[in-house]
Every structure is written in C-alpha cells, then in structure tokens.
Design a protein around this ligand. Structure first.
Ligand SMILES: Cc1cc2nc3c(=O)[nH]c(=O)nc-3n(C[C@H](O)[C@H](O)[C@H](O)COP(=O)(O)OP(=O)(O)OC[C@H]3O[C@@H](n4cnc5c(N)ncnc54)[C@H](O)[C@@H]3O)c2cc1C
Length: 404
C-alpha cells in the first residue's frame, strides 16, 4: 500500500484531514489534493462566526501553513475542478483537459448553496460557503445598514448573530414556524427565536418573500407574506446546500438519499472512499444510514478514511457531533435523531442550560445540549452503550452512572 498514489478530490474538512492523517500514520506513497477552491484548505465554521466578524484573519483561518504541504509531501493543486474519469482505469479528468491517475481515490466534495428560483440575482444578494464568500459578506457588512437573511438554518442564524454583534440591523425571514426547525425541532427552535429577538434581530417566521424591490440593479427591499414592506441593503440567501454529486455521478458511484452510498468503512467502491457532506454512511452504532453536513464529521471521516487506507478497511464508528455558537449560547449535539423520536428534557430551559435526549425504542440516539457540555459528553457515551433507558431514569438519575 505504501507506494500507492492517493488522490483526494476536495480541499475541505474531509480532504485535508485525510491527507495529513495518512502521513501521520506513516503512509509513504504519493498524496495529491485536487481542489476547485482557489484558497488552500480552511476552517469553514469560522466563516459565519469569528472570520465574518473580523476577529480572526489569515493565516489563522487556514488548516495548515503553506509550508506544511511541502514538508508532508502533499501535492496541493488549487483551482482544479475534476469533472469525471474512469474508476476501472484509475484516472480522473480535469475541467479544461488533463488527466490525473490514482490507485486510491478519496472524495470530500461538500455542497453548493441552494439557490431558489424565485430569488433574484443581484450584486447585493449573496450566499456563503467559501472563504471568498465570507470575505465578500464581511466587506459588504462594513457599509450595510440592514441585512436580510432568507432562511434561519445554522448558517442564517449564525450570520444573524454575527451581524447583530457588529451592530447591524437584521431581518430574518423564515418560511417554517421557528428557526432551526429541521435540525433541532420546534421546541428548541422556539428558544432560538427568543434568543435572536432578545438580541434585537427582527425574526419573521412562517413568512415568505412576496415581491423583491430593486433600484440600480440592487435589491432595496422586499414585500413579505405578512403584508409588510421592509428595506434591506444586503441579502444573504441561506436555504441549505445541494451536495456536490456531479462527479460521483460521472464516475458511476451509487447515489442514494442525497449522497454517495458507502459501506460501514466509508468505501463506495474498491479503493474509492467518500466522506463529509456527500457521504451516506450506514452508521454501525446508530444502525441506519445517515448523511451529515457538519465539520467534525467531515474531519473525522477524513481521519477514518486515512486509517482504512493504511490499516485496512474497518467500520467507522464515531458518533456524529456538531456545535453552533450564536451570541453567548453554545449548542452541542451528538448522535442523530428525528422529530419522531421521544424527547426527554433535563436541566433548566429558562436559564438556557439544558439537555434533550432523543430516544428511539427506548435507546438514546441523539443528545442536544445548550450551554451544558458535560451532560452532552456523557450523553454521547449513553448513545454508544445502546442501553435501554426510560424517561424517569434520564430525568433523575446521575448520568455518569447511566452511561458507564
Ligand atoms: C459558513 C459555514 C459555517 C459552518 N459552521 C459549522 C459549525 O459551526 N459546525 C459544524 O459542525 N459545521 C459547520 N459547517 C458545515 C461544515 O463546514 C461542513 O459540513 C464541512 O465543511 C463539510 O466538509 P466536506 O469535506 O464534506 O466539504 P467542504 O469542506 O465543503 O470541502 C469540499 C471541497 O471540495 C471541493 N470540490 C467540490 N467539488 C469538486 C470537484 N468536482 N473538483 C475539485 N474540487 C471540488 C470544494 O472546492 C471544497 O474545497 C459550516 C459550513 C459553512 C459554509
């Protein structure tokens, strides 16, 4: 294996961690990263938070110094989009011509911000995925008076919090009844609506844009379904991503549930591994296929893929984990649950220090904590134990005992 050539497509969380973990594990073969991005790999979560607010800048936002790639013999090729190739022949095709051979292929392709057909193109209507997007929004926020956010998922909610911290007026328009409803459910979403309102954001839930108003090619405001007309001089559309599946499709990989179907060891085909946002992974602990759009998952998939390449295929068992920081509120989530699961609350909702356990057939599958890291960690152990627990136990028992 050591003399093989590993080609990684995607310079994001999955790709960068796969490359450096390979070296850490003693892999001696060639490693190349082909990335469509023009910047070297960076820490994407900063882009809606510290970087957007100007609290950190390059080089801190990058995952590695430029010299690290040379020292670790990782051939990082930026601004290189891969459009297809042949798995059987072990070669990739680059946009604009050129081919790259591989023995082992790793894909960590992320996603592209969704654009809704009824949202106009204009200079001041932006989306956020890349470092350049974040820089553009940061610059625009410098002179903007009122930011209109379309969508109150994580990106929308975090940018709203950052813009409020910068003293900008913020209007959030969300079609669903509460912010973050898809990710966190109605009750936690309501808490977030209160948090944003208390910080001065104008949160309009259950509301859509009826009409866009323009002057000089720029959006100047909107008429909303609640009958009001609102002004805005900067618009961020944050209505989720489309996973980047063109390349996996072109390579003939199995597509399912919005991602590439992999096996328990993150393998989509012999010598082809897929991680991060585009990976639909049958999680051996949770016992069902999941596709997760979160940073720690992408990083850990990268590490898991490197381990599989060096040590041989093995089930990837790490639980999904993510966090979100909005104002002074920290959220952590381990595992994965759905709105149908039984929810057991523990802690103090009013003080915004609580944990919610999500149970499926009596077994904890997800743990959400607000400002309650310790319980979240213990909750993760409870998920891993696959032990049956009941509501009363979770509400009252000493958690450390339950999860041991
Ligand atoms: C602003 C923002 C804030 C976030 N904050 C958080 C957070 O607080 N917590 C959290 O858990 N998650 C957060 N996320 C989500 C997290 O960043 C993603 O889940 C994670 O980056 C996914 O990693 P990935 O490796 O799958 O893809 P990415 O990190 O998106 O990397 C994909 C890479 O693939 C490249 N690429 C795509 N197609 C091709 C191609 N055909 N050829 C060559 N290169 C290609 C792209 O250019 C890019 O370099 C945030 C995301 C954003 C945008």
């Amino acid at each position: 294996m050591s003399s093989k050539r590993v080609v990684i497509v995607g310079g994001g969380g999955t790709g960068d961690y796969a490359a450096f973990t390979l070296r850490k594990k003693g892999f001696e073969g060639e490693i190349a990263i082909l990335s469509a991005d023009r910047d070297r790999p960076y820490d994407r979560p900063y882009l809606s938070k510290e970087f957007l607010r100007g609290e950190i800048d390059a080089p801190k936002v990058f995952l590695h110094d430029e010299a690290d790639y040379g020292r670790e013999r990782v051939d990082l090729r930026l601004d290189q989009r891969v459009t297809g190739g042949s798995l059987r022949e072990g070669r990739l095709t680059l946009e604009g011509g050129g081919e790259v051979p591989f023995d082992v292929l790793v894909l960590g392709l992320g996603g592209t911000p969704r654009r809704l057909p009824d949202i106009p193109q204009a200079d001041n209507v932006l989306t956020l995925r890349s470092l350049r997007d974040s820089r553009q929004i940061r610059d625009a926020l410098g002179s903007a008076k009122r930011l209109l956010l379309i969508g109150a998922g994580f990106i929308g909610a975090e940018v709203a919090a950052s813009a409020r911290r910068l003293g900008r007026d913020v209007l959030i328009v969300e079609a669903l009844p509460v912010p973050l409803q898809r990710a966190l459910g109605r009750e936690v979403g309501e808490i977030y609506a209160d948090i944003h309102r208390a910080q001065g954001a104008d949160v309009r839930t259950g509301t859509t844009v009826g009409e866009w108003h323009f002057a000089g090619g720029r959006v100047t405001g909107v008429s909303l379904s609640d009958g009001t007309r609102e002004e805005a001089d900067l618009v961020l559309v944050a209505v989720g991503i489309e996973p980047n599946l063109d390349l996996p499709r072109a390579l003939g990989l199995p597509i399912e549930g919005g991602g590439v179907r992999v096996d328990e060891g993150l393998r989509a085909a012999p010598n082809v591994y897929v991680g991060g946002d585009v990976s639909l992974h049958p999680h051996p602990v949770l016992g069902r296929p999941i596709r997760v759009e979160h940073w720690e998952v992408a990083k850990n998939h990268g590490r898991g893929i490197a381990a599989a390449i060096v040590d041989g295929d093995q089930p990837y068992r790490k639980l999904p984990y993510f966090w979100s920081d909005q104002y002074d509120v920290n959220l952590e989530y381990r595992g994965q649950a759905s709105g149908d699961d039984e929810a057991v609350w523990r802690g103090d909702r009013a003080a915004r220090k609580f944990t919610v356990f999500y149970l499926r057939a009596g077994v904890v599958d997800g743990v959400l904590s607000m400002n309650d890291s310790r319980t979240n960690e213990l909750g993760g152990k409870l998920i891993e134990s696959r032990r049956r627990v009941d509501r009363a136990e979770l509400e009252s028992a000493e958690l450390a005992t339950l999860s041991s």
